[in-house]
Design a protein around this ligand. Structure first.
Ligand SMILES: Nc1nc2c(ncn2[C@@H]2O[C@H](COP(=O)(O)OP(=O)(O)OP(=O)(O)O)[C@@H](O)[C@H]2O)c(=O)[nH]1
Ligand SMILES: [Mg+2]
Length: 369
C-alpha cells in the first residue's frame, strides 16, 4: 500500500502535518495509569517469574499461541477458573502477564519495538545488529537515504514455562527525517509511520512496548533532532505515564577511543545531552545506551565475547541494549513485553530468522519528479 500525500502540502507541509496529527490525537490511544509493582533491576536474565528457558519436547507439545483477541483471552481466563480466583497454572500466569500489559495500553498479542531518528543515524543497522541477522534484513545505505517505508520485521519466541509459543516481537524500521529530499519527503515519511499504526492489525490503538530513539555520536543536527522528536510526540506513541523510550547512541567508535577515560567522559556528556533533549521534547526519562553497529572485521573489529562484542569501555553490546529494554519493561509492569523479550534474546537463545510484517510505503519524492 502506498500512502500518498497531496501535492498541496508542499505549501506548508509542517503545519499540515502538525494539524493532521493533532486531529488524530483524540482518536488514538489513552492509557490508564498503572501501579509499578516490579522493582527495576539491570539483570536481563531475570524473568517476571524467574523463568527458565526449558524446551523439552514434552513441554513444547502443550504449547499454544497467544489468545488471538480479547474475547479469546476472556474465554481462556474463564475456562481456567481465573475469574474470581488465581490458580497457579502456567497459562493462568500468562494471562495475568497479558493483563498487566493490557492495563497500560499495550497490545495483548503483539509486542513491538519502534525505531525512530534522523536520516542515516543507523536505524536499519541497529535492527540488523539487534536481530543478529547474517544477511542485512533491514536495508542500510551509506550514500543516500536508505529506508523509504515503515516496515516491520517479526521474530517469534516461545516460553514453555507459560505454555506459549509463537510470541511475536515486531521490530519496526522507519524512514529518517531531515534528509536531503526536504520537507515534503519528511511529511511523507511522517505519514507512513502514522498510517502504519492506524492500519496495523494488532497494534492499532496501542502504544509500542518500546521506542528506540536513535542518535549518531558524531551528529550535530540538534535542531532537526528536536523537531523530529516534536513530530514523534504528535504521533501519540510515547507513553508519558509508563515511559516506553530507550535512547540509542550509534557510531560510538567513530569518536577516538585510544584513551578510554577520555572517550568515556565524552560519551557520558553525550548521554546527558541526549537524555535532556528527550526529556524536554517528550517529557519522559529515557535510559541511554551506546552502540557500535560496525563491530565486525569490516568495521572496528571489536572483541567477541560469546554472543556479544565489547565496546572500548568494556561494556558488552547489544547486551547493554537488552538490559535497558528489560528495565523499562519491568518498571512499566509490561510483563508480556518482558516474557517476549526474554524468550527471544535470553543468553544462548538463537534468534530465529525474522519475517517481514506490516509495511506502509512513504512516497518517494525524488521518483515523482
Ligand atoms: N561506523 C558506524 N557506521 C554505522 C553505524 N550504524 C550505521 N552505520 C552506517 O551508516 C550508514 C547509514 O546507516 P542506516 O542503518 O542505513 O541508517 P538509517 O538511520 O536506517 O538511515 P535512513 O533509513 O536513510 O534514515 C550505513 O552505511 C551503515 O552501515 C554505527 O554504529 N557505526
Ligand atoms: Mg534505514
Amino acid at each position: 500500500m502506498v500512502y500518498h500525500v497531496n501535492k498541496d502540502l508542499c505549501e506548508d507541509v509542517k503545519n499540515v502535518v502538525i494539524a493532521y496529527a493533532k486531529s488524530n490525537v483524540d482518536k488514538h490511544v489513552q492509557s490508564s495509569r498503572s501501579e509499578k509493582k516490579l522493582p527495576s533491576t539491570s539483570s536481563f536474565e531475570i524473568d517476571v517469574d524467574s523463568a527458565t528457558h526449558s524446551t523439552s519436547p514434552q513441554e513444547e507439545s502443550i504449547m499454544k499461541p497467544l489468545p488471538r483477541d480479547e474475547r479469546a483471552l476472556f474465554q481462556e481466563a474463564y475456562s481456567l477458573g481465573l475469574i474470581g480466583q488465581n490458580p497457579d497454572l502456567p497459562r493462568a500466569k500468562l494471562i495475568d502477564h497479558i493483563k498487566s500489559s493490557k492495563m497500560i495500553g499495550r497490545s495483548i498479542n503483539h509486542v513491538s519495538i519502534l525505531l525512530v531518528g534522523l536520516s542515516g543515524v543507523g536505524k536499519s543497522a541497529t535492527i540488523n545488529h539487534l536481530l543478529r541477522t547474517k544477511d542485512e534484513i533491514a536495508k542500510t545505505s551509506y550514500f543516500e537515504t536508505g529506508t523509504r517505508s515503515t516496515q516491520e520485521f517479526i521474530v517469534y519466541g516461545s516460553a514453555p514455562r507459560y505454555e506459549v509459543e509463537g510470541l511475536p516481537l515486531g521490530v519496526v524500521d522507519t524512514p529518517g527525517f531531515g534528509d536531503t529530499d526536504g520537507l515534503y519527503q519528511d511529511a511523507c515519511n511522517f505519514f507512513s509511520i502514522q498510517e502504519f499504526f492506524h492500519t496495523h492489525p494488532k497494534l492499532t490503538g496501542h502504544y509500542p512496548n518500546l521506542i528506540f530513539v536513535i542518535v549518531k555520536a558524531n551528529d550535530n543536527r540538534f535542531s532537526e533532532f528536536v523537531k523530529w522528536l516534536e513530530h514523534i510526540k504528535l504521533q501519540n506513541l510515547v507513553d508519558r505515564n509508563n515511559p516506553n523510550v530507550v535512547a540509542v547512541i550509534t557510531h560510538v567508535c567513530k569518536i577516538p577511543n585510544r584513551k578510554v577515560d577520555k572517550w568515556s567522559k565524552i560519551m557520558e556528556t553525550k548521554k546527558t545531552t541526549v537524555k535532556r533533549i528527550i526529556f524536554d521534547a517528550l517529557k519522559v526519562t529515557a535510559p541511554v545506551v551506546l552502540l557500535e553497529n560496525m563491530y565486525g572485521k569490516e568495521g572496528y573489529d571489536l572483541d567477541v565475547v560469546g554472543d556479544y562484542t565489547r565496546l572500548p569501555n568494556g561494556v558488552l553490546q547489544p547486551k547493554n541494549l537488552y538490559e535497558a529494554c528489560a528495565d523499562v519493561l519491568k518498571n512499566n509492569n509490561d510483563n508480556l513485553g518482558l516474557i517476549t523479550l526474554n524468550s527471544i534474546f535470553a543468553p544462548s537463545t538463537k534468534v530465529p530468522p525474522p519475517k517481514r510484517g506490516h509495511k506502509i510505503e512513504a512516497k518517494n519524492v525524488k521518483s515523482q519528479l
